[in-house]
Design a protein around this ligand. Structure first.
Ligand code: ADP
Ligand code: ASP
Ligand code: MG
Length: 289
């Protein structure tokens, strides 16, 4: 079993979703668990929705409409007019509205997790349906049933024992599993999140518990570079680095890998590949012992 992770940049529009399809199609003969983040800047949009909700600002409904429109527009580009996915999107938006209406909590971080998690639910619903429609049969799995955490909202700590046993005992058997990054749930099944950019970490958690053969995180860069290309013009690709070097890079701010991702992989010596979703045939960076 290999674990793949596609971040927000890789599924920011319809073209991104079809590109993910092409990459997955080229791995048709591998057993895959695929972790997907919210599309584009959706998590930022949801953070704003939480703020508007707490501020009792009337712009809330407009923002929720815009969130829906963004996802419906992407789906409209890649699905025929009549497809169940449009009802699924509406169902998720209705659920978000109901969650806000029902909420009595005044705890910001708790409410944040209940709302911001909808980004990953929307993206995985769309991607899973698109793959199924185009012949890549897959099953959609709710990561919250598997990644179990404490109640530290917005920075939840993994309960490794429970997570390990739910994955071992309850994860369905299938060659292609689609699930969410970033989200988990506590012992009372309330949604938690692992911290911003935490989807890489989700991939690491699943890989650890599944004893995966490798993790590939698909990025908008050729791999891990010796500097952030947003800041430096002339960067070089690091072809092979050790876990220790990668941890140091991530710790000191190379945001291409979420710092928590590496430790579980290092413990089981599971290699991490950082690859370009734009040039998937290129080797990228391998992180190993
Ligand atoms: P994701 O789509 O998975 O969320 P991120 O945007 O978090 O991906 O990570 C990719 C970004 O990390 C790149 O676009 C790049 O600007 C930035 N980055 C920072 N430091 C580095 C580095 N040393 N090597 C490569 N990319 C880096
Ligand atoms: N969607 C979340 C975020 O934007 C998690 C992730 O993308 O890794 O922070
Ligand atoms: Mg991201």
């Amino acid at each position: 079993m290999k674990v793949f992770k596609f971040g927000g940049a890789s599924v920011k529009n319809a073209e991104g979703v079809t590109n993910v399809f092409k990459i997955l199609e080229s791995f048709k003969n591998s057993k895959l668990l695929v972790v997907i983040s919210a599309m584009g800047k959706t998590t930022n949009a949801l953070e704003r929705i939480v703020d508007l909700y707490f501020a009792k600002d009337n712009a809330l409904n407009q923002d929720i409409d815009a969130l829906k429109r963004f996802h419906v527009d992407i789906a409209s580009d890649i699905f025929p007019n009549h497809h169940d996915v449009f009802e699924s999107i509406q169902g998720i938006i209705d659920d978000l509205l109901a969650t806000l209406k029902r909420n009595k909590s005044t705890q910001y971080d708790f409410v944040y997790d209940q709302i911001v998690s909808y980004g990953e639910l929307l993206s995985t619903t769309i991607v899973s349906a698109y793959l199924n429609q185009n012949g890549l049969q897959n099953i959609y799995v709710d990561a919250r049933e598997f990644i179990k955490t404490d109640t530290t909202h917005r920075d939840a700590k993994v309960d490794w024992e429970t997570t390990q046993s739910s994955i071992k005992n309850n994860l369905p058997e299938h060659n292609l599993i689609i699930t969410q990054g970033f989200i988990g749930s506590d012992a009372n099944n309330f949604t938690t999140t692992l911290g911003r950019e935490g989807s890489d970490y989700s991939a690491g958690i699943f890989a650890y518990c599944l004893n995966a053969e490798s993790v590939s995180i698909w990025k908008d860069v050729p791999g891990v570079l010796n500097a952030d290309p947003r800041v430096f013009e002339e960067t070089q690709l690091l072809h092979h680095i050790s876990y220790g070097e990668a941890i140091e890079l991530a710790f000191y701010g190379a945001s291409v890998i979420h710092p928590k991702t590496l430790q579980p992989l290092q413990r089981k010596e599971i290699p991490l590949f950082v690859k370009s979703f734009q040039n998937p045939e290129e080797e990228g960076t391998s992180v190993k012992k």
